[in-house]
Structure formats: C-alpha cells, structure tokens
Design a protein around this ligand. Sequence first.
Ligand SMILES: [Zn+2]
Length: 264
Amino acid sequence: MYRGIHTPLVTKELWDNVQAIRTQRYARKPRRAKRDFAFGRMIRCGHCGCALVGELKKAKYTYYHCTYYRAKCPEPFVREEVLEEKFTEILGRLRFDGEVLDWVKQALREGHVDEQRFREESITRLRNEYDKLQKRIDAMYVDKLDGKVGARFFEQKSAEWREEQSEILRAIQKHQEANQSYMEEGIALLELAGLAVELFEKQPAGEKRRLLDFVLSNCTWANGELTPEFRQPFDMIALEATACPKEKVAGTSFGDLCQARLPR
Ligand SMILES: [Zn+2]
C-alpha cells in the first residue's frame, strides 16, 4: 500500500462507516442463529468436547445434543426443560446474604477502578497525540504562508495528520463508551444473580442466557449431569456455600477469606 495524491472518491468517515456496517452484518448472522436457543453453544459435551446445539422437534420441543463433530457420541438428546432445571439447581448454590453481596460488589468496584484508570490514562495519551498533530498542522500552515513549504505539500501532509486526528478521536470515543455501562450492568446482574433461582424461571430466554453467561463460564454435559464452572467471584461463593453450612458462610471468617483472595 502507498499513499496516492488523487482526490478521494469518498470521505474517510463514509468509508469507515460502510466498513463498520459490513463487518456488523457478517458478524450478526451467526450470532442471531445461536440466540434462537437459550443454551445453544454454552455447554460442551463431556464425552467429546463438542458444543451442545439446540434443535427444534415437532415445531415445539427444544432438544440439545452434541454436534458429533469428532466421533459417534454416546450422549443422548436432552430436553431444554431438563437443562433449565439443572441450571436452576446450580444457581441455587449461590447464596447471597447481605454480607456476601456487599463483598462481591466491592470486588466488582475494585476491578472497575483498575479498568477506569487504564482508560483514563489511554484517553490522556491520545489527547496529547491529538494536540501534537494540531500544533504540527498550525506550524506548517505558517510555513506555507511564509512560502517555506509548497501548497501541495501542505495539503498532502495536513490531510495525513487530520486523518490521524480523526482516528484518535474515534479511539477516545471507544474508551469513553466502554467506561459507562460496565458497572451498572454488573451490579444489576449481580442483584439478579442473588435472586437467581427465583428470577431465572421468569426471565425470557435472552435474559436467562445473559445471567448464566455472567455467572458461569464453562459447562459440560455428560451422562445426564451438568457440571458448571463458576466465574470469579461466584466460584468462591458457590464453593463456600457447598463446603460450609450456611451459618459459617455468613460469619466474618468468610469475609476475611474472600478479602485475602481478592485480586489486587
Ligand atoms: Zn459428544
């Protein structure tokens, strides 16, 4: 690739917008298909490691089964209702009393502080780059007025720098957007997870999936049993809740233990 000097047919903005729409279109199609089934591709087959996919039978019963990509698999089809029951049971292992909820919120906030700092630093760095480019453009404009640089060279160079500037602005915008929703969504989902068992059944499929994705990472299905992997920090809550009787979970020692294991 090399930089031409002809007038662009379309603006850089328009080009970028069109590219963004195109990639979205390509990206959306497979995602939509996956979302049709609440648990599609979120569970791996415990025998062969393939993804479990949903399939509609007789236009009303949803079954899940191994994709059988690798070999013949012994795991039979399973009804969606059965998986739903298993997930309900798994979410029931998360016991949120007030203390635990506060602790998890704190963990989320602390994680967010780090992320926010990173984003703010990035934004500052980008703003400095933007200003530096602006100074260059201004200085070269003066040179052009003084006849030190030719008009054509000025046009070419300043166009190049302005393009860099608009890329920087887009990067800044991305950082700002990412900063906003993270916490509110996290807390809302967390409160939802605290009431997980009660709410899970009432949620529409899409919300169920969001809740599960927030709490669980990998799930495997084999011999009619669902084995979940909880995401941090839910792994500890689930672990403590099953390992200890409830009184112990609510005690101060649990809080101390969690503090000690918090990522810093
Ligand atoms: Zn399988």
